[in-house]
Design a protein around this ligand. Structure first.
Ligand SMILES: Nc1nc2c(ncn2[C@@H]2O[C@H](COP(=O)(O)OP(=O)(O)OP(=O)(O)O)[C@@H](O)[C@H]2O)c(=O)[nH]1
Ligand SMILES: [Mg+2]
Length: 365
């Protein structure tokens, strides 16, 4: 990445408001399913920094496309196979429906897309490429209202971001990448190793802290996560940090344990700043497919999630699930991760994503 690219990327940060959050509902003790393979005074009220959609656009898009190739070749080849006839008929509509459902887009969403296609083009000539473009446009339209950047509210000292998600979803790596980006933008960032469950988790965050030049507040494995979060917020406030990113454990046994731990973290943060945490980001692993629906349901209940980050869109991602999530929950999608590297993180761009998902090969503007 050139220096100019870097500069343009770090000038901006993504916005996202707490008012977008959903309220928690009744809780039960269902298991939290893990993925298969797993104050000052007045303004400024918020930072105007926003992540550029693509600093290194082609490379990011290429990696996204490659990560989504399993889904996109399924959709693209499937559509090409179905739309060999001259006209759109009931059979081809049904086949398209089945295809999009198996690509994880969600039954209701698929029904809406095909109903619209049918209304516009039934019994009329249509090519496979036109169908792909139609689907990509519809997917982008569904995703667009959820494309909300994350705001760093600079009047909070610090703006507290709690990172939640099941084990292995990419929480710690996302914290590292976010800390890097925020630091580049000139924010002073502190990290808190709130996943006290495993020694390795604490070490992993410390390594990221060193890489990105951010101090890490940590304690011994097995220590109380809420106590750690309390100490971290106190220190971040005393030392006037702009952002505090708090890692959490994803390895808890069930929903009740998870709820208890996150509730306690929330409670102690509020003792110092009743508006904290200012953002609660749920990190989702794009390779887990349908299970992501369950994860959003559970974490919305236990952690008052304000936004989503989807990681591992570079692997064998089942990206269609993001469309189903957008339609079902409407939570802001702040950013996506396409690798383990420090720069493999970017604001979510619905058009770029829709094109990669459907296998349209044109590169973004
Ligand atoms: N390919 C790829 N791998 C990623 C990405 N994000 C994270 N990983 C890898 O996924 C694995 C799990 O990532 P972590 O960041 O440790 O996940 P976590 O949610 O903190 O996991 P726990 O602490 O065990 O709950 C690590 O090997 C990461 O390097 C991504 O965007 N792409
Ligand atoms: Mg972790």
């Amino acid at each position: 990445m050139s220096d100019t690219d870097k500069e343009s990327r770090v000038k901006k940060w993504f916005k996202g408001r707490r008012s977008d959050q959903n309220t928690a509902s009744e809780l039960d003790t269902d298991k939290v399913a893990a993925p298969a393979p797993e104050q000052p005074t007045a303004p400024p009220a918020e930072s105007e920094d926003t992540i550029e959609p693509a600093p290194d656009k082609t490379s990011f898009f290429t990696r996204l496309k490659s990560g989504l190739s399993r889904s996109s070749s399924k959709i693209s080849d499937g559509v090409t196979g179905i739309f060999t006839k001259a006209k759109l008929d009931e059979t081809s509509i049904e086949e398209l429906e089945d295809l999009l459902i198996t690509a994880d887009l969600g039954v209701e969403t698929v029904a809406k897309i095909t109903a619209k296609l049918s209304a516009e083009r039934f019994d009329k000539a249509i090519t496979a490429d036109e169908v792909k473009k139609f689907v990509a446009d519809e997917v982008a339209t569904i995703l667009a209202p959820c494309t909300k950047p994350l705001t760093i509210e600079t009047h909070h000292k610090p703006h507290v971001i709690l990172i939640v998600g099941v084990n292995g979803s990419g929480k710690t790596t996302t914290i590292g990448k976010m800390a890097h980006l925020l630091s580049q933008q000139g924010h002073r960032v502190m990290l808190a190793a709130g996943d006290t469950f495993r020694a390795a988790a604490i070490e992993q965050l410390k390594i990221w802290g060193e890489r990105v030049g951010a101090p890490v507040v940590a304690s011994q494995p097995g220590a109380d996560a809420a106590g750690l979060a309390f100490d971290a917020l106190k220190r971040a406030n005393q030392e006037a940090y702009d952002v505090l990113l708090i890692d959490t454990a994803g390895r808890l046994q069930n929903k009740r344990d998870l709820m208890n731990e996150l509730e306690k973290v929330n409670r102690v943060l509020k003792k110092q700043d009743d508006t904290a945490p200012h953002s609660v980001l749920l990190v989702l692993d794009a390779t887990t497919g349908q299970n992501a629906i369950n994860q959003v349901s559970v974490f919305k209940q236990v952690a008052d999630v304000t936004g989503l980050v989807m990681t591992k869109l570079d692997g064998t991602a089942r990206g269609g699930i993001l469309v189903a999530l957008a339609a079902k929950f409407g939570l802001p999608i702040h950013a996506i991760g396409v690798g383990e590297g420090i720069d493999d993180f970017q604001a979510f761009d619905p058009q770029q994503f829709a094109q990669a998902l459907v296998g349209i090969s044109e590169t973004p503007d």
